[in-house]
Design a protein around this ligand. Structure first.
Ligand code: C2O
Ligand code: CU
Ligand code: CU
Length: 526
């Protein structure tokens, strides 16, 4: 099939609803139940579930600051962690732990974070969901080369395997630094659960898989004035799946030592057979009979979860969603189950007083099977406790972006390429080539369409989901989002307004194997 015919076929499938409907069953068959990824199994015996206590990542202390903001330092370093009981795993970490330390920031105050790279590989840090000036956003070829790697030879080591990619040399030469890089996050954004993670071009999948991810929480006065659960009853929960080799090391099907992406049998995504929460396999947590705020983040490379409590409390509606990627919803939305795609965040309140004392409540993954169908367990205590937290009927006010005010409508199609790789609008990623140039301050309507499952992420600004397949947004689309899950043959429209910062940003699939295999594009705000 030549290129023109390939693109032509794409256009007709995406353009016509009837044809798209015909295309679904075959795509779905190819992918089991339509969800991406291939299972990588571990080479050692997996621990029984619900033995390890749930860890909570440490909060990062500022090293300084002034009236306008706080300064932080993070050393990216190799650490030998006990992830599976009695087994040592060499991880790439932020500050020696996985997840990395949680940055707790205040809306309106800057968080200035200096990263020092003591890893054996180049890195790039991105604050996911951050409203960030372009030079601090973590452009995928703005490499932070390891301490001690010298100038151009260091740069060359980092670029190995990517030399043939157009645009690389020029950009990489300009923006790569050695040793340390400081990222300024101005904090001009509302309270939200954000996360930071590696974003190196072609190598984000292995970087995050080996441990390069952490929470970054933003608080503000609006949220603080609400009677929501706080303190020990406000928990970040990072979900991730991994596979381990016989010797305890992380197993990952890299295409080659210096080659981006994975072997072609895993190009649809890598799934692990161990489910971890905050870096612990199938952990357990003692909870009071009280309300808890659980901030779910799916930090998995490719796995989608359908989270459900078992047993359900009488009357159902166990998971009361109060926030999404971009912070508080206008009003809470009660769910029996939550579907969460890679990079999405769901902020929910669970009231464990709805359970009899002593109940063991499992958190299940209904999209999993066997061991991956379980996530963690909450053990409800029989102690009598007080709980003054509630979930107000109104949480926030959200300005509804107006479709008729959109300055532009743009189409982005997410599809597999002819060879091993993934494309947006038919093209693999090429740094320095932009796919759109929205004006600073403008609202645009972006229409994403797809062949298979792709969690689509936009940097710089949060967006609002306007429609799914021409109908209303889905049950998990409420509020300000930065990542939206496209299902096979779907078309999703979002409204986004580009504010405050001009420059080059990214639009990409957050299935990290798809991202590494070129399903990414630059857009330039000007
Ligand atoms: Cu979480 Cu561009 O990524
Ligand atoms: Cu991002
Ligand atoms: Cu994808």
């Amino acid at each position: 099939m030549n290129r023109r015919r390939f693109l032509g076929l794409g256009a007709s499938v995406l353009g016509a609803g009837a044809l798209a409907a015909v295309a679904v069953p075959s795509a779905a068959r190819l992918l089991g139940e339509g969800r991406p990824g291939r299972l990588l199994t571990s080479g050692l015996e997996l621990p029984p579930p619900f033995q390890v206590p749930l860890p909570v990542p440490p909060v990062l202390k500022p090293v300084g600051g002034d009236a306008t903001g706080d300064r932080y330092e993070i050393v990216q370093q190799v650490a030998r962690l006990e992830i599976l009981p009695g087994v040592k795993t060499e991880a790439w970490t932020y500050g020696g732990s996985w997840p990395g330390p949680t940055v707790v920031a205040r809306s309106g105050r800057a968080a200035v974070v200096t990263h020092r790279n003591q890893l054996p590989v180049p890195s790039v840090v991105h604050l996911h969901g951050g409203h960030t000036p372009a030079d601090s956003d973590g452009y995928p070829v703005d490499l932070l080369l390891p301490v001690g790697s010298s100038g151009s030879s260091g740069a060359m080591a980092g670029m190995a395997g990517m030399a043939g990619m157009p645009g690389m040399d020029h950009h990489a030469a300009g923006k790569s630094v050695t040793g340390e890089r400081t990222h300024t996050y101005p904090g001009h954004q509302r309270a939200a659960t954000l996360w930071y993670h590696d974003h190196r071009m072609g190598f984000t999948g292995p970087g995050v898989w080996r441990g390069l991810a952490g929470f970054h929480l933003v608080h503000d006065d609006e949220e603080a004035a609400l009677p929501l659960p706080h303190g020990d009853r406000d928990l970040p929960l990072m979900l991730a799946d991994r596979a381990f080799a016989e010797d305890g090391s992380f197993r990952y099907p890299a295409a080659g030592d210096d080659e981006p992406g994975v072997t072609s049998d895993y190009m649809n995504g890598v799934l692990g057979d161990v489910i971890l929460v905050n870096g612990a396999p199938w952990p357990r947590l003692d909870v009071d009979r009280a309300r808890y705020r659980l901030r779910f983040l799916n930090a998995s490379n490719a796995r989608l979860y359908r989270l459900e409590l078992d047993p359900q409390p009488p009357g159902g509606d166990a998971l009361v969603q109060i926030g999404s990627d971009g912070g508080l919803l206008e009003a809470p939305v009660a769910h029996d189950a939550l579907e969460i795609a890679p990079a999405e965040r769901f902020d929910v309140v669970v009231d464990f007083s709805r359970y009899p004392p002593g109940t063991a409540v499992r958190l299940l993954n209904r999209f999993g099977s066997g061991r991956t169908a379980e996530v963690m367990r909450f053990d409800v205590s029989s102690r009598q406790v007080s709980d003054d937290a509630t979930v107000p009927e109104q949480l926030s006010t959200i300005e509804k972006l107006d479709a008729s005010a959109a300055a532009n409508t743009r189409d982005f199609t997410f599809r597999r390429s002819r060879g091993d790789g993934w494309t947006i609008n038919g093209d693999p990623y090429e740094p320095g080539r932009d796919i759109a140039r929205p004006a600073l301050g403008a609202t645009e309507l972006w229409r994403f369409s797809t062949d298979l499952h792709h969690p689509v992420h936009v940097h710089l600004n949060h967006f609002q989901v306007l429609s799914r397949n021409g109908a209303d947004p889905g049950p998990y689309d409420a509020g300000w989002k930065d990542t939206v899950d496209l299902r096979p043959a779907e078309e999703v429209e979002v409204l986004v307004r580009f504010t405050d910062y001009a420059g080059t940003y990214m639009l990409h699939c957050h299935n990290l194997e798809h991202e590494d295999m070129a399903m990414m594009a630059d857009f330039v705000v000007e």
